[in-house]
Design a protein around this ligand. Structure first.
Ligand code: FAD
Length: 541
């Protein structure tokens, strides 16, 4: 069988794989990216339906001192529009225009929870402190994208003075790893208030990461044409630099002893270095350890135990709507990216003990019970609402508006619904309840104006991108992470126990997301490129 040989083989054309491919091809290395689906971008992508452009993944992209400098470093020109966020509870919506807007959101909470003024003051005092640390970490252009060895002025006048403040901010960040729920509960005894803060985030998100979002809200950008333009431009750059990308190719087996990779169609590829930028459980499942030495096998076994003991983090249910109403009808209510909670009551135990007890019933669960839980959850949870055409008017047909409405939804629940044969009904029930809640609260009259409606669930994400448990940002915070989770150690997140195999992306570093997918991609490319170069050739295997 003929195997094509590539110096560097990358599995997965999500943001991490594309970032790595952009940097290895920039360094003149030969690279082939293999991607399971028919397009690039993975969890960050946009698509068009009936003239509406929808973002299927992240609704905006946080600059985080990474996006703009990386684009500049790679010579990619892409128009990045401002992406203003709003945050709201019930009828009170605050547009996050500047740091002062955080104060206005605080005032909203004071109106909603007048008996908890001092608790709110304590919480926002911490948010203010975290904001300042975030400004140090995210507000400076990440030095990996700067050629600081040749720019002495930058090195001495900017980078070195920043380094001290950065190390201090990271040290403080490491001290706030406690889950946001327990952290906030120490500042306030009002469960509903605490929920309104916590339920914006994944369960047990580290407090620093969660409370730091008040900085992130002001740091979002929106690529003109949709978030999918970002991976599209990265892929274009890879091709321009001589790299290759092969879609519709799912890698199913890796034989490190032969440096050989198989895809689902039986094609084989050999490599000098392999970079895995997809689900890490899939990597360990596909690994054939034949002919590896006992020491390697022991380290692989040890790491794979940790990997399989954990699981993908929170997932989302997304509802896509085409609405026969002009953009202005929505602009009067919110910015183009909104975090909205329809009730001040808070989720309480709905998504915790109540959900656990529901899931514990397994096959004994009644359909009515499951659907009643969903109705309650839809009424109390926090929604992320994105209106692409409020960022870029060309993304909806004239006089109409596209909406992407989503919330976190437990993978296990959807899976159970599917196993019991209720999946389609379940999805429709969630869709209708979401619309009903919004129709009664924020977007009155929405229901009659919907001309297009469909959804994606945690199962859709798992199936399309092979993302364990539909995880949208890598590992859960509810179990010990098998990945590196200290910022100062991010460079070593790319290591695997397998010789000449590296990893990057949302399963390599936690907490994950767009910035760390890119950053780990850069570190992997850097590590790979520091090795000796070889030529492509055809091999008989
Ligand atoms: C709805 C949503 C909202 C989000 N919001 C934010 C946000 O606000 N901020 C933020 O920072 N992050 C956000 N994220 C998360 C962020 O988008 C991801 O963490 C990031 O894009 C992950 O990139 P990745 O390259 O690590 O993985 P992926 O995007 O999962 O890429 C992996 C690629 O590998 C492919 N693949 C899988 N298995 C194989 C195989 N066997 N062979 C070949 N190819 C394979 C997949 O198809 C995929 O294209 C969000 C995600 C979603 C879905």
């Amino acid at each position: 069988m003929n195997a094509t040989h590539h110096e560097i083989l990358i599995v997965g054309a999500g943001l991490s794989g594309l970032s790595a491919a952009a940097y290895v091809s920039k360094a003149g290395r030969s690279v082939l990216v293999l991607e399971k689906t028919d397009s690039c971008g993975g969890l960050l992508n946009s698509f068009t339906r009936d003239g509406y452009v929808f973002d299927a993944g992240a609704r905006s992209i946080e600059n985080s001192g990474i996006i703009r400098p990386m684009l500049k470093d790679l010579g990619i020109e892409m128009e990045l529009l401002d992406s203003r966020v709003s945050i709201g509870v019930e009828s009170k919506i605050v547009d996050m225009e500047s740091k002062e807007s955080i104060e206005r959101y605080k005032e909203v909470l004071e109106t909603l929870y007048p008996d908890s003024m001092s608790d709110i003051r304590r919480i926002f005092h911490v948010i203010d402190k975290v904001y300042k640390e975030m400004d140090v970490i995210y507000g400076f252009e990440n030095p990996v994208f700067k050629n600081f060895k040749q720019d002495k002025r930058y090195l001495f006048k900017e980078l070195l003075p920043w380094m001290g403040r950065f190390l201090l901010a990271v040290w403080r960040m490491e001290r706030m790893q406690e889950p946001v729920e327990t952290y906030v509960a120490r500042l306030s005894s009002n469960r509903a208030l605490n929920d309104i803060i916590d339920q914006h985030f994944f369960k047990r998100t580290p407090a620093f990461f969660a409370l730091g979002y008040f900085y992130v809200y002001l740091d979002y950008l929106y690529p003109k044409g949709g978030t999918g333009k970002f991976p599209e431009q990265l892929a274009k750059k890879v091709l321009e630099q001589g790299g290759k990308i092969q879609t519709d190719t799912q890698v199913t087996a890796v034989q490190p002893a032969k440096k050989l990779v198989y895809d689902s169609k039986g094609n084989t590829y050999t490599y000098d270095k392999l970079l895995w930028c997809a689900d890490v459980k899939a990597f360990y499942r596909s690994l054939d350890t034949t002919n590896l030495d006992t020491e390697s096998i022991a380290s692989i076994t040890n790491q794979s135990k940790k990997i399989f003991a954990s699981r993908g983090g929170d997932s989302v249910f997304s509802l896509f709507l085409g609405v026969e109403a002009p953009i202005q009808a929505f602009a009067d209510i919110t910015n183009g990216h909104l975090f909205y909670t329809p009730s001040r009551q808070g989720l309480g135990e709905t998504h915790l003990s109540e959900l656990k007890s529901l899931l514990g019933k397994k096959n004994e669960i009644q359909k009515e019970e499951l659907f009643a839980w969903v109705t309650k959850y839809c009424t109390l949870t926090t929604y992320e609402i994105s209106i692409p055409s409020l960022r870029d008017a060309s993304l909806s047909p004239e006089g109409k508006t596209g909406l992407v409405v989503s919330f976190l939804l437990e993978y296990d629940l959807v899976k159970l619904g599917e196993e019991l044969g209720w999946y389609d009904q379940f999805r429709l029930h969630v869709e209708h309840t979401m619309i009903d809640v919004l129709n009664r609260s924020l977007f009155k009259g929405l229901l009659e104006k919907i001309e297009l409606q469909f959804s994606s669930s945690p199962l859709s994400i798992e199936r399309r991108y092979s993302s364990s448990e539909g995880g949208i940002t890598g590992w859960t915070f509810e179990r010990p992470s098998p990945a590196i989770s200290k910022l100062m150690k991010i460079a070593s997140a790319i290591k695997t126990p397998v010789f000449d195999v590296y990893q990057c992306g949302q399963w390599a570093y936690s907490p994950a997301g767009i910035p760390t997918a890119i950053l780990t991609g850069w570190y992997a490319a850097d590590a790979i490129c520091s090795g000796p170069q070889t030529k492509d050739r055809k091999l008989k295997s």
